[in-house]
Write a protein that binds this ligand. Structure first.
Ligand SMILES: *Cc1c(COP(=O)(O)O)cnc(C)c1O
Length: 431
């Protein structure tokens, strides 16, 4: 499949007059159309809800778009809870799926009335001590151990992951939580990441549905929802095929009708916590070629770096690159596309076939809408970029300004240092 940018070169040339590169830009129409497709795919389930994984793209303007499309929010930290609260989410709009959770975060989640998803058996006691009760609605995260297999082989290795409770712990947890006053239970599991098969959710759902039937039978707990969490992937490479969310929804429905309905559990709500699938294809990092270097290999230096998009440096992840205005040019050059960090893994592409790149060309780095800006850091004193929203009407809104040196220095509370830095920043501004 051809990967096509959602902006053109001439649009970017207009945008950069106001907002210089690098920046992440998001496609409102793409986000909304996809969110609708997700809700359509699960419309057979009365209680269905997508809890957008805030960590993927923690921007309140984008969160608001998703909220208006019906989504709740999956949070794993206090600041993510605060962002959700700021866009008007409360109570059952928020899922708190954290791990290794500090007490103050449980307390804050409880204050917002969020649904708490316990990562560990010992967190029952920890939560009760922290908030003085067990909430009426509570969820537990399950880890079956071993390997997670589907018809096309091993997908992932839950036995090696730090998350969730064992099967025995889960049964015990439900009994204890019930005895402490919990009334509505949820089951959550996240067993494979970035899956590019329509089988992942249906396979996971089948396992969780069977577990839910046994849990109800053995513990008498009322299973109110089953949370399939995240893990639905997107095609990062041009040859990969995208997931078909309608087929995924239909596959989950089949398992639901086969397992839950005959067990008298046809009222169980299905929840999802997708991050990547909701946002990744609808964001891009736009950066300008500023240097070319010819040594033992050919290098193109751009004005973004791993601080703006860490996935290639961190996981060797592939992000497709389109040179804007050269969409149809032959891919007759081979480049490493690099950022400026003093780290040799700061490369957006390694030995990538691309059209001839000229200085000043704009590179559209695809699929940065999830786990893109959000993973950014400040190594080498590099600053995080702006985020822009391309609205459905073609206009562009600044939804997060770029960092400035003042932001970078703002945590030096020590007055004497900050005074000196302020003077330097002032001189720099007026020079
Ligand atoms: C990261 C995460 C998600 C989202 O995962 P994606 O792969 O982006 O869909 C959902 N739930 C939890 C608990 C997570 O940690």
């Amino acid at each position: 499949m051809m990967k096509k940018p959602f902006v053109t070169k001439s649009q970017i040339e207009e945008i950069v007059k106001k907002y210089p590169t690098p920046f992440h830009i998001y496609d409102e129409k793409g986000i909304l159309d996809n969110a609708k497709a997700v809700y359509d795919a699960f419309s057979w389930n009365k209680g269905f809800r997508e809890y957008f994984a805030v960590k993927a793209t923690p921007n309140p303007i984008l969160m608001e778009l998703l909220k208006n499309a019906g989504c709740g929010f999956d949070c794993s930290s206090k600041t993510e809870l605060m962002l959700s609260s700021a866009v008007g989410a409360s109570g059952a709009d928020i899922m708190f799926s954290s791990n290794d959770t500090p007490a103050e975060e449980f307390a804050y989640a409880d204050k917002l009335g969020a649904i708490i998803n316990l990562d560990d058996f010992t967190h029952i006691e920890f939560l009760e001590e922290t908030i003085g009760k067990i909430p009426e609605t509570i969820s537990c995260r399950y880890n079956p151990g071993g390997v997670f297999k589907m018809s096309n082989g091993i997908m992932d290795n839950p036995g090696d992951s730090k998350y969730g409770m064992t099967r025995d712990q889960l049964f015990e947890a439900f009994k204890i939580l019930k005895s402490k006053g919990a009334k509505h239970f949820g089951i959550h599991a996240f067993l494979a990441s970035n899956t590019v098969t329509n089988e992942y959710y249906p396979t996971l759902a089948g396992q969780l549905f069977e577990l839910a039937v046994e849990l109800e039978k053995e513990t008498g707990a009322d299973v109110a929802f089953i949370n399939l969490s995240g893990g639905v992937g997107i095609p990062y490479t041009p040859d990969a095929e995208g997931n078909d969310i309608a087929a995924i929804g239909a596959g989950v429905k089949e398992q639901y009708e086969k397992i839950l309905v005959p067990a008298g559990m046809g009222d169980v709500a299905i929840y999802t916590e997708m991050g990547r699938f909701m946002m990744a294809p609808y964001g891009a990092l736009v950066t300008k070629a500023i240097h070319e270097k010819h040594i033992y290999k050919e290098y193109i230096g751009v004005d973004a770096c791993a601080v703006n998009l860490m996935r290639p440096a961190m996981y060797g992840a592939y992000h497709h690159i389109t040179v804007l205005g050269k969409e149809d040019a032959p891919l007759d050059h081979v480049y490493d596309v690099t950022g400026s960090l003093c780290e040799n893994n700061d490369k957006f592409a390694i030995e990538r076939q691309l059209p001839k790149i000229d200085m000043g060309d704009y590179l559209f780095i695809h699929d940065t809408g999830a786990h893109g800006f959000a993973m950014g850091y400040n190594y080498n004193g590099k600053l995080k970029s702006a985020e822009l929203l391309l609205k459905a009407d073609g206009s562009v809104e600044l939804i997060r300004r770029a960092e400035t040196p003042r932001d970078y220095f703002s945590t030096f509370d020590c007055l004497s240092v900050f005074t000196k830095l302020s003077k330097i920043m002032d001189e720099e501004r007026t020079s």
